[in-house]
Design a protein around this ligand. Sequence first.
Ligand SMILES: [Zn+2]
Length: 420
Amino acid sequence: MKIDRLTVLSLLITIIIAPFLLPGADDAADEALVAKALLWHERALTVDTHCDTPFKLLEKGWDIGQYHKTGERGSGCQDLPRMKEGGLDASFFAVFVGQGPRTPEGHARAKEKAVATLDAMDAMYRKYPDLCGLALTPADARRLEKEGKRAIFIGMENGYPLGQDPALIDYFYKRGVRYVTLAHTADNDICDSSTDRKDPEDRGLSEWGRQVVRRLNDLGVMVDVSHISDRSFSEVLALSRAPVIASHSCARALSASPRNLSDDMLLALKRNGGVIQLCILDDYIKQPPANPERDRAFAELWQRIDETYGGWGGIKDKAVRDKVEAEYDALGARYPNPPVYVKDAVDHIDHIVRLIGIEHVGIGTDFDGGGGLADCRDVTELKNITIELVRRGYDEDAVAKIWGGNAMRVMQKVMDLAKK
Ligand SMILES: [Zn+2]
């Protein structure tokens, strides 16, 4: 087609004027769909099975009871008022400790860090009894939802703080921990990680790891298989008497990250009765194109953060954190990756549902741990996921299962199978 002046003019008129015209049939249909999605989002018990917000509790000058504006420097992905605005009823807050030396001293320090995070969470429940409460069971979450409070569960990301001490498994259970992610980004005494670059050999689950899985089963604590190596995954599934959770992972068939689950692993998860909670972290949803310069620049920044503060979570001062965050954002702007959207995340959900059915998938955002998408930057924008699900034809029952029904079913089953 030859583009003449008239075509350009009519195009321009369409672009400029169209938004001011009365809504057509399509717009009205879309408005009705969005209204339906928001209603279903409101009616469901919405559960996010993974976020790293607790490290912000330890940060001076940041208050989880205060409303922080989306996108503002240092605001993080959520606080209690924003969780309410976003219609998120329940969330598993991660007690996270990065992997360090596998020595008695290293284990003692890891335990100390985990205890400090748990203490900060206890202080949160005490300070904001009208905004949130500790949830230990699905029934707790439903009760707190009725009271209009956020239900905050506790998960432990990385079993490193357990050292090799069986008594610590029981101790952390008593402190409220209801899942343990066996490993993080590096191998530990429990099992091998999916991303340990220093030691690519996959040794799977150790003898101590087997003891941990058995004790977690007996206590009724969920075993979390996110982050662990493929061999660890299959050895855990062979051993566990209870269903497992992948608290924040995606489908490897759509994005080849070792952090994601292959179709074979997803099929094994279905046989186990467990659940995969989709992680809305851009790199897991869509692998970015190779960019060695970007990788190098970020590796340097991370190394500096590790050396100066002992990791991201070690930055306790808000002003310092804002400065480092600005540096991080500047690097991202200098070496941009293509944006990843909610629709890309829902492609993973579609794939998982086609492969293993609607009973085995949910959502674990990884907010404040790298999670967030171009059109779902924080908890107030989670509704965009529901809108996309409804657009693709998921009914209210399916939406409720994805938004927490499945995760709560697995949690209840794990509790029912406990032998205390
Ligand atoms: Zn993680």
